[in-house]
Design a protein around this ligand. Structure first.
Ligand SMILES: C[S@@+](CC[C@H](N)C(=O)[O-])C[C@H]1O[C@@H](n2cnc3c(N)ncnc32)[C@H](O)[C@@H]1O
Length: 267
């Protein structure tokens, strides 16, 4: 399959029909979380309308169909991943059970769960739960010879030794603090609104790619969205393959990657 390219279509079909088995070093998957379509009944709501955080057709499933979809795409991820490869799946508490159970049933081993603490999370508007300020990235491996670039990951440790050296990982745990993407990094339309509801921070992808791949490796993102994985892979000299089913997001990601390439060649 052509590298450093975005493929338009359904990842389940594209992977099963067009990709070679055991050909990918690292998969980062940010699938639909199945959080849409559920209104929040606000106590003291003054607007008279339901409140939705993310409300997209591609993110709306019955529980049965969501489980089936999860089984189908993780099966394809297994098929295409090298024995030494890693699969990282982002999720929230809403879908983590389906994801872990499915991946384990297919044969994956769960190595870690990274917790992303969102420093600018939306407050608890309903006032009926704790604020949802975390997302998770489950790290699965296929075999025993997975890559983990421990020395390189140390650079993400915010604290240094007394001699200003990179510190051991003892105080950089499976936990990372990052804001939800905003400012210049966030893709905005002319009306100032975010172009994609779930654009991931580049820093999160940097951590994952540096930890579990090397220069020249092939990174697959089957739910490419705005192309964050491609941007980070390009910057870190990894090859990448993106799959996205929505034509609007597909065009957006092409433009984003094109702009990056223009910057690189100094145009
Ligand atoms: C959570 S978003 C990914 C956002 C992305 N990580 C980013 O930083 O922009 C999931 C994306 O998967 C796409 N999608 C949903 N189902 C898909 C499928 N079966 N195949 C390919 N893409 C799909 C959606 O259109 C959406 O853009």
């Amino acid at each position: 399959m052509k590298l450093n390219t975005i493929h338009l279509g359904n990842c389940i079909e594209i992977i099963s029909q067009e990709m070679e088995a055991n050909s990918i070093d690292l998969i980062f998957a940010d699938p639909p979380y199945n959080l849409s379509g559920k209104s929040l009944d606000l106590v003291n709501n003054q607007t008279g309308g339901a409140f939705y955080k993310v409300n997209e057709d591609w993110d709306t499933w019955t529980p049965e169909n969501y489980l089936l979809f999860t089984q189908q795409w993780i099966t394809q991820a297994w098929h295409v991943l090298k024995p030494s490869g890693s699969l990282y799946i982002s999720c929230t508490f809403h879908s983590i059970a389906e994801i872990i159970t499915t991946a384990k049933n297919i044969g994956f081993k769960l190595n870690n769960i990274l917790t992303w603490y969102k420093t600018n999370a939306m407050p608890s508007i309903t006032k009926r739960t704790f604020t949802h300020a975390t997302e998770y990235v489950c790290w699965f491996v296929k075999g025993k010879k997975w890559k983990f670039n421990y020395q390189a990951v140390k650079q993400f440790n915010p604290s240094l030794t007394k001699d200003n050296q990179l510190k051991q990982m003892r105080d950089f745990l499976n936990f990372i603090e990052l804001p939800i993407v905003q400012g210049a990094e966030r893709l905005h339309g002319k009306n100032g609104r975010a172009l994609h509801p779930t654009q991931k921070p580049e820093k999160l992808l940097e951590l994952i790619l540096i930890a579990s791949s090397n220069e020249g490796d092939i990174v697959l993102d089957p739910f490419f969205g705005t192309g964050t994985t491609g941007v980070v892979a390009q910057k870190l000299k990894r090859h990448w393959i993106g799959i996205e089913s929505n034509t609007g997001y597909y065009d957006m990601a092409i433009k984003r990657l094109f702009e990056l390439e223009k910057e690189r060649i100094g145009d």
